[in-house]
Design a binder for this molecule. Structure first.
Ligand SMILES: Nc1ncnc2c1ncn2[C@@H]1O[C@H](COP(=O)(O)OP(=O)(O)OP(=O)(O)O)[C@@H](O)[C@H]1O
Length: 212
């Protein structure tokens, strides 16, 4: 724990988490803590369970063993779902809707951060001129950017980002790091998986190792 996190509120605590498929262990037992203002890099080989862990935390898979606590209370999926934003391999975009329409759907489902503005956010994310383009006509990197706009508009405290840098060019990678910095500076936290080299703009992330 750094001096900064020593005083920051504890958001997420995982104790002896384990997950099995057909009685075969996928990961665990795993212990970690995440404070407000922290980014944790989830590390491990292909198939070590990084995506599975994020899906468990997002409430999409049932936890087999262990305990999860959120802000000091026992983890109840329904009670903190609005606090969590999961960005997975499948970006959760409707291909026939425009980027603007996709964002409106996400806001309708999860609410909107105070002061959020769709047009401004699309410009900030580098999608000016593509606001009304159906998502199926966007490049892979533009689709990733369209998905990332949710980070700017939805009100979550904990971001679960599975390979957020995939398909992004250099400015896109810097953009993700900038979003992470903004988010942690206002008390948010994030768990991030990445196979590529990650250079955080400042500081070193905490590391959660799926093996050893
Ligand atoms: N839908 C599924 N059904 C059955 N097994 C699955 C499923 N999804 C993943 N697995 C298995 O669970 C294990 C962990 O997969 P997971 O995707 O969590 O790994 P990962 O660390 O994210 O991998 P990668 O680095 O390749 O993205 C793997 O052995 C995988 O084969």
């Amino acid at each position: 724990m750094t001096a900064a996190t020593a005083t920051a509120p504890l958001l997420l605590e995982a104790r002896a988490l384990s997950f099995y498929r057909q009685d075969e262990p996928v990961f665990g037992p795993l212990d970690f803590r995440l404070h407000a203002g922290e980014v944790a890099l989830v590390e491990g080989d292909n198939g070590s369970g990084k995506t599975t862990l994020l899906r468990v935390l997002a409430g999409l898979l049932h936890l087999d063993e262990g305990e999860l606590r959120w802000r000091g209370s026992s983890w109840q999926r329904d009670s903190y779902s609005g606090d969590i934003l999961f960005l997975g391999h499948h970006l959760g975009l409707k291909a026939d809707l425009s980027t603007r329409e996709n964002l409106a759907v996400a806001i309708g489902l999860y609410g909107q951060r105070a002061g959020g503005n769709i047009a401004r956010v699309l410009a900030e994310i580098g999608l000016s001129g593509y606001e009304d383009e159906p998502v199926r006509r966007l490049s892979a990197g533009q689709k990733k950017r369209a998905a990332l706009t949710r980070l700017l508009l939805l009100p979550a405290t904990l971001w679960l980002l599975d390979e957020p840098y995939a398909n992004l060019d250099r400015t896109g990678i810097e953009l993700v790091n900038h979003l992470l910095e903004q988010h942690t500076a206002r008390g948010g936290a994030a768990l991030v998986t990445s196979h590529g080299a990650v250079s955080f703009l400042s500081g070193e992330p905490k590391r959660i190792r799926m093996h050893g």
